[in-house]
Design a protein around this ligand. Structure first.
Ligand code: FPP
Length: 277
């Protein structure tokens, strides 16, 4: 945290926000639905592709910020299993941008100790894209800092289908016995995110109040943060604000959490005055 603060302009807003963050209560894992590239471009009279290009810089900043804060994982939604419905030229541009991003960011990923991982049905991607993803995973596999998961040709339902298929296949091969109880741990261990903590905070840009088939299993108890900001305008300051907002939340995980209001002797909460409108 100190190294992160030292790297920021002491007079700037990022530094003031970062100083307000409690380093003991950072989210271990942040997930982001990077939405609004198309609208950002349209508002400027530009082709949608220009929005995706403008979306690269905030991605770089988000990775850098999470790595320097010492988080365990950042998962970003780059391409969903439904995104094949987009125009072919747009899809091709996304692949080109991805290849360029991975090559250009490699030195910075190493400097920040980032381990890169791609999640999704990678076998359905064009060969060149798959090769590049695999090469980046291999190249960063020894890094021990932030794990960046790029969700690509990803769908939350598809991931659950794949996990169940894996269980069935392992049973068929006799790798697990058919009378073993299938529990939540058995499913989690077969998700693309196996071994990673679930996201604590899910951020969605561009104001849409949807989960869009992203990490359906893993976000069961994630705190949601939706901002009207379009992804190309998403700054480090806004990411720090999302973390500060997260730190104000009372996470109960289905329990009752810390006492937030006084209770009468019988344990029943006293009436809470609701201001009339
Ligand atoms: C959503 O905006 C964004 C995407 C589908 C792609 C995300 C891509 C980037 C952030 C650029 C970096 C790319 C890679 C692959 C590293 P949208 O097009 O759905 O926006 P709209 O809802 O306004 O149309």
């Amino acid at each position: 945290m100190k190294a992160f603060l030292d790297a920021l302009d002491p007079e700037g807003v990022d530094c003031a926000l970062a100083q307000a963050i409690d380093p003991a209560r950072l989210p271990a894992h942040i997930a982001i639905i990077m939405d609004g590239n198309g609208r950002w471009a349209r508002r400027r009279g530009l082709p949608r592709i220009a929005g995706h290009k403008a979306g690269v810089a905030p991605l770089r900043t988000a990775v850098d910020t999470c790595a320097r804060l010492g988080l365990k994982a950042l998962t970003v939604y780059a391409f969903s299993v439904e995104n094949w419905k987009r125009p072919r030229a747009e899809i091709e541009t996304l692949w080109r941008l991805l290849r360029h991003y991975l090559r250009a960011e490699m030195p910075e990923m190493h400097r920040n100790g980032v381990r890169f991982h791609a999640i999704g049905r990678l076998d359905e991607l064009p060969r060149t894209v798959r090769d590049e993803l695999e090469e980046s995973m291999r190249e960063t596999s020894a890094n021990r800092g932030l794990q960046v998961n790029l969700a690509i040709n990803y769908g939350g339902r598809a991931e659950l289908v794949d996990a169940v298929r894996a269980l069935v296949e392992e049973t068929r091969r006799g790798q697990i016995s058919s009378d073993v109880v299938i529990d939540e741990a058995a499913i989690s261990a077969r998700l693309y995110t196996a071994g990673m903590p679930d996201p604590d905070l899910l951020i969605r840009t561009s104001g849409e109040m949807r989960v869009s088939n992203f990490l359906l299993w893993q976000i069961a108890y994630a705190e949601l943060y939706v901002t009207e900001t379009l992804w190309p305008d998403f700054t480090r300051a806004e990411l720090l604000r999302a973390i500060l907002d997260y730190q104000k939340r009372d996470r109960r995980f289905g329990g009752i959490g810390a006492p937030a209001q006084s209770t009468a002797d019988d344990g029943v909460p006293e009436a809470v005055a609701v201001p009339s409108r």
